[in-house]
Design a protein around this ligand. Structure first.
Ligand SMILES: NC(=O)c1ccc[n+]([C@@H]2O[C@H](COP(=O)([O-])OP(=O)(O)OC[C@H]3O[C@@H](n4cnc5c(N)ncnc54)[C@H](OP(=O)(O)O)[C@@H]3O)[C@@H](O)[C@H]2O)c1
Length: 271
């Protein structure tokens, strides 16, 4: 199948393109630097020729309220229009678990607008809502840093590895359209503060993670279950501890994985 991956050069997109190619599909990475711009329509008609499926894993370069809304509305409208003209049979998009519970944020208002345009279109579709990616644990910590403390609410959190997100997207992309939402999530439930504390075990990171009932998540008020999926979510395989160990070398300024490996080794020796 020819499958066009919009945002195919990004974190999820590049992994997804590789997975689909490994399965024998003709996966095409589409992004501004491959000559496809969903905001202007440039290159869309050409890249969609002969495509059966379009997977949209693009993201807005700016998260400012008006810019992000314009990105998801304009690019989704353009995509759906060009897909209808090209006879694409399945539009798959990546969204976020709990989007409708976080509308206080302009980013999530933009994601809901994207979802609504897809639902209202005539093209068969699947909206995949994923939980937060392990890859952004440093970003969450940095956003919530207050002096030497990282202040986070003690709410449930079920993040996942980008690699598992890409596998989930690949599975949906080659299957029949669900014409609705499917949720994917990580294999373990944490509390948000515990997850970040585990990520920051690197001896070089002096910050202390504090559970604070008044703290917000990226400026959003969240409740105990705001960030977690329903019970029927499809779960990934990669555990956070294993991901930390494998990616330690790639985490700038953190040796979390190495520290965890040492800790694990000494636990194993002791038992
Ligand atoms: N962060 C999370 O925890 C989380 C959780 C669930 C879902 N998501 C969703 O996951 C999706 C992908 O995230 P990501 O982190 O993989 O994104 P990313 O690494 O920032 O990649 C974004 C991609 O979009 C492309 N792009 C930007 N502007 C474009 C345009 N005008 N036309 C076509 N392509 C364009 C980029 O191309 P260039 O590099 O050439 O600009 C890049 O390939 C997002 O929709 C996000 O809402 C995120």
């Amino acid at each position: 199948m020819k499958i066009v991956v919009i945002g195919g050069t990004g974190l999820i997109g590049s992994k997804l393109v590789n997975k689909l190619r490994d399965q024998g599909h003709d996966a095409v990475a589409a992004a501004p630097n491959t000559g496809v711009n969903t905001l202007t329509g440039e290159g869309l008609a050409e890249v969609l020729k002969g495509a059966s499926v379009v997977v949209d894993v693009s993201n807005s370069p700016s998260w400012e309220d008006a810019a992000v809304l314009n990105f998801f509305e304009t690019s989704t409208r353009n995509l759906l229009t060009y897909e209808a003209a090209a006879g694409v049979g399945h539009h798959v998009a990546l969204s976020v678990v709990g989007t409708e519970r976080m509308l206080e944020s302009g980013y999530f208002r933009a994601k809901i607008a994207q979802e609504n345009l897809i639902k209202a279109s005539s093209i068969p579709h699947s909206i995949v809502r994923a939980t937060q990616f392990y890859e952004f644990f440093q970003g969450i910590a940095d956003f919530s840093t207050d002096g030497n403390n990282v202040r986070l609410p003690h709410v449930l959190f079920q993040p996942m590895a980008a690699d598992d997100v890409a596998s989930g997207m690949a599975r949906v992309a080659v299957g029949p359209p669900v014409n609705g939402i499917v949720e994917i999530a990580g294999p373990e439930k944490f509390c948000l503060d515990e997850f970040i504390r585990q990520g920051l075990v690197a001896p070089s990171d002096p910050r202390e993670v504090v559970a604070d009932a008044h703290a917000r998540y990226y400026g959003i008020e969240v409740k105990e279950r705001t960030l977690i999926p329903e019970d029927d979510a499809k779960l990934g395989k990669i555990r956070f501890e294993d991901w930390l160990t494998q990616t330690a070398a790639q985490i700038p300024g953190a040796r979390a994985g190495a520290a965890l490996s040492e800790e694990k080794e000494s636990r194993e020796k002791a038992s």
